[in-house]
Design a protein around this ligand. Structure first.
Ligand code: NI
Length: 177
């Protein structure tokens, strides 16, 4: 069990494409996922990708728990997703505010596909396939971008919609991805 250091924007390792996992059910993979889970929870994140802790593998986790202070926030079940493949359903895009544990203290308005089908595997190698919308769709697109070396500021259409969280949302506690 370990909370790992999260790499910050500017570190070239965040810009490298990640490699697929080729062996499932291993102790190494379990330990990686445990560290990712501990790190995401310690930092109050909504998601984390392995490259953010310096591991260049196609592994992401994400979770949004119901919070009575944000009754509108959609719950997303805790998911460990390996070797993901994303397919947008339709062309509709939606802009929404995002943050990232690798870009601490900031928020940007990012367009994402509204509806998404994603496929991949759990740590034992069982197939996962889901059709999702809304914040679930957004968080998966954000995390899987990390596997291609893409950070959300690269997707902001108008950089006037990029700034410090405490200035943009002074009254809000928000999660990072
Ligand atoms: Ni992120």
């Amino acid at each position: 069990m370990a909370v790992r250091d999260v790499l910050k924007m500017g570190d070239p390792r965040l810009l490298q494409p990640a490699s697929p996992v080729d062996k499932f059910g291993t102790r190494d993979l379990e330990e990686l996922l445990q560290d990712m889970r501990d790190t995401m929870h310690a930092l109050n994140g909504a998601g984390l990708a392995a490259p953010q802790i310096g591991v260049g593998l196609q592994v992401v986790i994400f979770e949004v728990q119901r919070n009575p202070r944000y009754p509108d926030a959609e719950e997303v079940p805790y998911t460990e997703l390996i070797n993901p493949v994303l397919t947008p359903v339709g062309e509709a895009m939606e802009e929404g505010w995002e943050g990232c544990l690798s870009v601490p203290g900031m928020r940007g308005l990012v367009p994402r596909f509204q509806r998404l089908r994603y496929r991949g595997f759990d740590p034992k190698g069982n197939a996962i396939e889901r059709d999702v919308t809304g914040f679930h769709s957004r968080v998966v697109q954000h995390e899987c971008d990390h596997l291609m070396g893409i950070l959300y500021p690269m997707r902001i259409r108008d950089l006037r919609n990029f700034g410090f969280t405490e200035v943009l949302f002074p009254d809000l506690e928000v999660m990072d991805e």
